[in-house]
Design a protein. Sequence first.
Length: 328
Amino acid sequence: MELTSRPFRNLDQQIDILRQKGMLIENDDYAKNVLSKIGYYTLINGYKGLFLRKNDRGNIINPHQYINGTKIEDIVSLYQFDKKLRAILYNGLLSYETTLNSELAYRFSEMFPVEYSYLDINNFKHDSDNTVRVLKTISSLTTKIEQEAHKRGRNAIKHYIDSHTCIPLWVVTEFMTFGDLNYFYLNCKDELRQKIARDFTLKYRKTNDLSQSNAITPEVIEHINHVTNMFRNAVAHNEITYSKVINRGPNLSSVRNILGQYDLRLNSQPGVFELILSLRLVLDQAEYVEIANAIKQLLRDGKEQFNPDTMSNILNSMHFPEEYEFWL
Protein backbone atom coordinates (compact mmCIF):
# COMPACT_ATOMS: atom_id res chain seq x y z
CA MET A 1 0.00 0.00 0.00
CA GLU A 2 1.33 3.41 -0.96
CA LEU A 3 2.02 5.68 1.99
CA THR A 4 0.31 9.07 2.13
CA SER A 5 2.20 12.30 2.79
CA ARG A 6 0.76 12.21 6.31
CA PRO A 7 0.88 8.53 7.34
CA PHE A 8 -0.84 7.27 10.45
CA ARG A 9 1.21 7.56 13.65
CA ASN A 10 0.30 5.70 16.82
CA LEU A 11 0.44 7.46 20.19
CA ASP A 12 4.01 6.39 20.94
CA GLN A 13 5.16 7.68 17.55
CA GLN A 14 3.30 10.97 18.10
CA ILE A 15 5.11 11.43 21.40
CA ASP A 16 8.46 10.67 19.73
CA ILE A 17 7.78 13.35 17.10
CA LEU A 18 7.03 15.93 19.78
CA ARG A 19 10.21 15.06 21.68
CA GLN A 20 12.27 15.30 18.51
CA LYS A 21 10.96 18.84 18.10
CA GLY A 22 12.08 19.78 21.59
CA MET A 23 8.91 19.38 23.64
CA LEU A 24 9.32 18.19 27.23
CA ILE A 25 7.13 15.19 28.00
CA GLU A 26 7.72 13.91 31.51
CA ASN A 27 4.77 11.54 31.74
CA ASP A 28 4.01 9.37 28.72
CA ASP A 29 0.70 8.16 30.16
CA TYR A 30 -0.50 11.75 30.58
CA ALA A 31 0.58 12.62 27.03
CA LYS A 32 -1.14 9.56 25.56
CA ASN A 33 -4.31 10.40 27.48
CA VAL A 34 -4.60 13.98 26.18
CA LEU A 35 -3.58 13.03 22.63
CA SER A 36 -6.19 10.26 22.49
CA LYS A 37 -8.87 12.40 24.13
CA ILE A 38 -8.36 15.61 22.15
CA GLY A 39 -6.47 14.45 19.09
CA TYR A 40 -3.01 15.39 17.81
CA TYR A 41 -4.34 17.64 15.06
CA THR A 42 -6.76 19.57 17.28
CA LEU A 43 -4.37 19.95 20.21
CA ILE A 44 -0.90 20.22 18.71
CA ASN A 45 -1.50 21.67 15.27
CA GLY A 46 -4.17 23.96 16.67
CA TYR A 47 -2.30 25.46 19.62
CA LYS A 48 1.43 24.99 19.05
CA GLY A 49 1.97 28.38 17.36
CA LEU A 50 2.73 30.37 20.52
CA PHE A 51 5.31 27.80 21.60
CA LEU A 52 7.38 27.49 18.42
CA ARG A 53 10.81 29.06 18.01
CA LYS A 54 11.10 32.06 15.72
CA ASN A 55 13.97 33.72 13.87
CA ASP A 56 15.17 37.30 14.34
CA ARG A 57 12.43 38.56 12.02
CA GLY A 58 9.70 36.93 14.08
CA ASN A 59 8.98 34.13 11.61
CA ILE A 60 8.49 30.57 12.80
CA ILE A 61 11.56 28.43 12.07
CA ASN A 62 11.17 25.45 9.76
CA PRO A 63 11.35 22.61 10.51
CA HIS A 64 9.43 23.43 13.68
CA GLN A 65 11.21 23.40 17.02
CA TYR A 66 9.63 24.21 20.37
CA ILE A 67 10.89 26.99 22.62
CA ASN A 68 13.18 25.61 25.31
CA GLY A 69 11.22 24.41 28.29
CA THR A 70 7.90 23.95 26.47
CA LYS A 71 5.84 21.15 28.02
CA ILE A 72 2.82 19.39 26.61
CA GLU A 73 0.96 20.71 29.65
CA ASP A 74 1.50 24.24 28.31
CA ILE A 75 -0.35 23.44 25.09
CA VAL A 76 -3.11 21.67 27.00
CA SER A 77 -3.49 24.76 29.20
CA LEU A 78 -3.91 26.97 26.13
CA TYR A 79 -6.45 24.54 24.69
CA GLN A 80 -8.43 24.65 27.95
CA PHE A 81 -8.10 28.46 28.11
CA ASP A 82 -9.62 28.73 24.63
CA LYS A 83 -12.39 26.30 25.52
CA LYS A 84 -13.35 28.45 28.52
CA LEU A 85 -13.18 31.58 26.37
CA ARG A 86 -15.64 30.08 23.88
CA ALA A 87 -18.05 29.24 26.71
CA ILE A 88 -17.96 32.84 27.96
CA LEU A 89 -18.42 34.34 24.51
CA TYR A 90 -21.20 31.89 23.65
CA ASN A 91 -23.45 33.33 26.35
CA GLY A 92 -23.05 36.88 25.02
CA LEU A 93 -23.40 35.87 21.37
CA LEU A 94 -26.52 33.81 22.07
CA SER A 95 -28.06 36.66 24.06
CA TYR A 96 -27.53 39.12 21.23
CA GLU A 97 -28.85 36.60 18.70
CA THR A 98 -32.06 36.31 20.74
CA THR A 99 -32.41 40.10 20.95
CA LEU A 100 -31.80 40.64 17.23
CA ASN A 101 -34.27 37.85 16.47
CA SER A 102 -36.95 39.56 18.54
CA GLU A 103 -36.22 43.02 17.11
CA LEU A 104 -36.43 41.90 13.49
CA ALA A 105 -39.60 39.90 13.99
CA TYR A 106 -41.35 42.68 15.91
CA ARG A 107 -40.40 45.67 13.76
CA PHE A 108 -40.86 43.89 10.43
CA SER A 109 -44.26 42.50 11.42
CA GLU A 110 -45.29 45.90 12.73
CA MET A 111 -44.42 47.57 9.41
CA PHE A 112 -45.78 44.76 7.22
CA PRO A 113 -48.68 43.08 9.09
CA VAL A 114 -50.06 41.24 6.05
CA GLU A 115 -49.75 37.45 6.18
CA TYR A 116 -46.50 36.11 4.71
CA SER A 117 -45.24 39.65 4.16
CA TYR A 118 -41.69 38.34 4.67
CA LEU A 119 -42.02 36.44 1.37
CA ASP A 120 -42.82 39.59 -0.64
CA ILE A 121 -39.81 41.17 -2.36
CA ASN A 122 -41.54 44.56 -2.29
CA ASN A 123 -41.23 44.63 1.50
CA PHE A 124 -37.43 44.61 1.24
CA LYS A 125 -34.90 47.06 -0.09
CA HIS A 126 -34.16 45.81 -3.58
CA ASP A 127 -32.41 47.43 -6.50
CA SER A 128 -30.01 46.40 -9.23
CA ASP A 129 -27.29 45.76 -6.67
CA ASN A 130 -29.06 43.49 -4.20
CA THR A 131 -32.19 42.04 -5.82
CA VAL A 132 -30.53 38.62 -6.09
CA ARG A 133 -29.56 38.76 -2.41
CA VAL A 134 -33.16 39.53 -1.42
CA LEU A 135 -34.46 36.70 -3.56
CA LYS A 136 -31.98 34.34 -1.90
CA THR A 137 -33.24 35.41 1.52
CA ILE A 138 -36.87 34.81 0.54
CA SER A 139 -35.94 31.46 -1.01
CA SER A 140 -34.06 30.50 2.15
CA LEU A 141 -37.11 31.27 4.30
CA THR A 142 -39.36 29.25 2.01
CA THR A 143 -36.97 26.31 2.08
CA LYS A 144 -36.70 26.49 5.87
CA ILE A 145 -40.49 26.38 6.24
CA GLU A 146 -40.73 23.44 3.84
CA GLN A 147 -38.00 21.50 5.63
CA GLU A 148 -39.52 21.98 9.07
CA ALA A 149 -43.00 21.17 7.76
CA HIS A 150 -41.82 17.73 6.56
CA LYS A 151 -39.85 16.77 9.66
CA ARG A 152 -41.11 14.04 11.93
CA GLY A 153 -42.55 15.04 15.24
CA ARG A 154 -44.03 18.35 16.25
CA ASN A 155 -42.55 21.82 15.93
CA ALA A 156 -43.88 25.37 15.89
CA ILE A 157 -43.98 25.66 12.10
CA LYS A 158 -45.98 22.44 11.72
CA HIS A 159 -48.34 23.64 14.44
CA TYR A 160 -49.06 26.92 12.66
CA ILE A 161 -49.55 25.15 9.33
CA ASP A 162 -52.07 22.76 10.91
CA SER A 163 -53.86 25.18 13.23
CA HIS A 164 -53.59 28.68 11.71
CA THR A 165 -53.80 30.43 8.37
CA CYS A 166 -50.27 31.85 8.50
CA ILE A 167 -46.83 31.22 9.97
CA PRO A 168 -45.82 34.52 11.64
CA LEU A 169 -42.32 35.84 11.17
CA TRP A 170 -41.64 35.58 14.91
CA VAL A 171 -42.12 31.81 14.56
CA VAL A 172 -39.92 31.50 11.47
CA THR A 173 -37.07 33.49 13.03
CA GLU A 174 -36.77 30.86 15.75
CA PHE A 175 -35.49 28.50 13.05
CA MET A 176 -33.06 31.00 11.50
CA THR A 177 -29.30 30.98 12.10
CA PHE A 178 -27.48 34.16 13.03
CA GLY A 179 -26.27 34.31 9.45
CA ASP A 180 -29.89 34.21 8.28
CA LEU A 181 -30.79 37.04 10.67
CA ASN A 182 -27.81 39.06 9.48
CA TYR A 183 -28.82 38.82 5.82
CA PHE A 184 -32.45 39.53 6.67
CA TYR A 185 -31.36 42.73 8.41
CA LEU A 186 -29.14 43.75 5.50
CA ASN A 187 -32.10 43.43 3.14
CA CYS A 188 -34.56 45.41 5.27
CA LYS A 189 -35.76 48.79 4.07
CA ASP A 190 -33.85 51.78 5.44
CA GLU A 191 -36.81 52.98 7.52
CA LEU A 192 -37.00 49.62 9.28
CA ARG A 193 -33.25 49.51 9.88
CA GLN A 194 -33.49 53.00 11.38
CA LYS A 195 -36.20 51.87 13.79
CA ILE A 196 -34.12 48.90 14.93
CA ALA A 197 -31.03 51.08 15.39
CA ARG A 198 -33.10 53.58 17.39
CA ASP A 199 -34.36 50.78 19.64
CA PHE A 200 -30.80 49.69 20.35
CA THR A 201 -29.74 53.29 21.02
CA LEU A 202 -32.53 53.84 23.56
CA LYS A 203 -31.86 50.47 25.17
CA TYR A 204 -28.13 51.18 25.45
CA ARG A 205 -28.75 54.58 27.09
CA LYS A 206 -31.37 53.19 29.45
CA THR A 207 -29.47 50.11 30.57
CA ASN A 208 -26.28 52.15 31.08
CA ASP A 209 -28.12 55.05 32.75
CA LEU A 210 -26.99 57.56 30.12
CA SER A 211 -28.95 60.69 29.23
CA GLN A 212 -27.10 61.01 25.93
CA SER A 213 -24.62 59.15 23.72
CA ASN A 214 -23.77 59.00 20.06
CA ALA A 215 -26.55 57.17 18.25
CA ILE A 216 -26.21 53.56 17.24
CA THR A 217 -26.74 53.76 13.49
CA PRO A 218 -27.95 51.02 11.12
CA GLU A 219 -24.38 50.80 9.82
CA VAL A 220 -23.10 50.14 13.35
CA ILE A 221 -25.62 47.31 13.77
CA GLU A 222 -24.46 45.97 10.40
CA HIS A 223 -20.82 46.05 11.56
CA ILE A 224 -21.66 44.37 14.87
CA ASN A 225 -23.66 41.69 13.08
CA HIS A 226 -20.73 40.94 10.78
CA VAL A 227 -18.26 40.51 13.65
CA THR A 228 -20.77 38.59 15.76
CA ASN A 229 -21.67 36.23 12.92
CA MET A 230 -18.03 35.34 12.27
CA PHE A 231 -17.35 34.58 15.94
CA ARG A 232 -20.70 32.84 16.39
CA ASN A 233 -19.69 30.34 13.72
CA ALA A 234 -16.24 29.85 15.28
CA VAL A 235 -17.64 29.25 18.75
CA ALA A 236 -20.38 26.93 17.51
CA HIS A 237 -17.88 24.76 15.62
CA ASN A 238 -15.21 24.72 18.36
CA GLU A 239 -12.73 26.58 16.19
CA ILE A 240 -9.65 28.24 17.67
CA THR A 241 -11.09 31.46 19.06
CA TYR A 242 -8.51 33.36 21.14
CA SER A 243 -6.47 34.21 18.03
CA LYS A 244 -9.35 34.55 15.56
CA VAL A 245 -9.09 37.65 13.38
CA ILE A 246 -11.55 38.87 10.76
CA ASN A 247 -9.26 39.75 7.87
CA ARG A 248 -11.86 41.80 6.03
CA GLY A 249 -13.56 43.18 9.07
CA PRO A 250 -15.66 46.33 9.33
CA ASN A 251 -14.46 49.69 10.64
CA LEU A 252 -15.37 49.69 14.33
CA SER A 253 -14.27 53.25 15.09
CA SER A 254 -17.96 54.15 15.37
CA VAL A 255 -18.34 51.55 18.16
CA ARG A 256 -15.45 53.17 20.04
CA ASN A 257 -16.99 56.63 19.61
CA ILE A 258 -20.41 55.57 20.90
CA LEU A 259 -18.70 54.08 23.96
CA GLY A 260 -16.86 57.38 24.42
CA GLN A 261 -13.48 55.63 24.31
CA TYR A 262 -11.92 58.09 21.88
CA ASP A 263 -8.33 57.37 22.96
CA LEU A 264 -8.65 53.63 22.46
CA ARG A 265 -6.96 52.18 19.39
CA LEU A 266 -8.87 49.33 17.77
CA ASN A 267 -7.35 46.89 15.33
CA SER A 268 -8.56 47.26 11.75
CA GLN A 269 -8.94 43.48 11.67
CA PRO A 270 -11.29 42.70 14.59
CA GLY A 271 -10.42 40.07 17.17
CA VAL A 272 -11.84 39.03 20.53
CA PHE A 273 -11.33 42.45 22.12
CA GLU A 274 -13.23 44.24 19.35
CA LEU A 275 -16.00 41.65 19.59
CA ILE A 276 -16.47 42.23 23.32
CA LEU A 277 -16.59 46.01 22.90
CA SER A 278 -19.16 45.58 20.12
CA LEU A 279 -21.36 43.39 22.32
CA ARG A 280 -21.30 46.10 24.97
CA LEU A 281 -23.56 48.22 22.74
CA VAL A 282 -26.24 45.59 22.22
CA LEU A 283 -26.38 43.67 25.51
CA ASP A 284 -28.03 44.72 28.75
CA GLN A 285 -25.45 46.18 31.11
CA ALA A 286 -25.84 43.30 33.57
CA GLU A 287 -25.21 40.77 30.77
CA TYR A 288 -22.18 42.67 29.54
CA VAL A 289 -20.70 43.08 33.03
CA GLU A 290 -21.07 39.34 33.65
CA ILE A 291 -19.18 38.56 30.44
CA ALA A 292 -16.52 41.23 31.05
CA ASN A 293 -15.91 39.98 34.59
CA ALA A 294 -15.66 36.38 33.38
CA ILE A 295 -13.10 37.43 30.75
CA LYS A 296 -11.06 39.35 33.34
CA GLN A 297 -11.04 36.33 35.65
CA LEU A 298 -10.02 34.04 32.79
CA LEU A 299 -7.07 36.32 32.04
CA ARG A 300 -6.09 36.55 35.72
CA ASP A 301 -6.08 32.74 35.87
CA GLY A 302 -4.04 32.75 32.67
CA LYS A 303 -1.36 34.85 34.31
CA GLU A 304 -1.04 32.12 36.93
CA GLN A 305 -0.84 29.34 34.33
CA PHE A 306 1.44 30.83 31.67
CA ASN A 307 4.81 32.52 31.83
CA PRO A 308 4.82 36.30 31.14
CA ASP A 309 5.98 35.96 27.52
CA THR A 310 3.29 33.43 26.66
CA MET A 311 0.60 35.46 28.43
CA SER A 312 1.68 38.58 26.57
CA ASN A 313 1.40 36.70 23.28
CA ILE A 314 -2.07 35.47 24.21
CA LEU A 315 -3.24 39.01 24.95
CA ASN A 316 -1.74 40.26 21.69
CA SER A 317 -3.51 37.48 19.79
CA MET A 318 -6.79 38.56 21.38
CA HIS A 319 -5.99 42.24 20.59
CA PHE A 320 -6.17 43.11 24.28
CA PRO A 321 -4.22 46.24 25.29
CA GLU A 322 -2.13 46.10 28.47
CA GLU A 323 -4.66 48.26 30.32
CA TYR A 324 -7.62 46.13 29.16
CA GLU A 325 -9.31 46.15 32.58
CA PHE A 326 -9.74 49.92 32.25
CA TRP A 327 -11.44 49.67 28.85
CA LEU A 328 -13.67 46.74 29.81
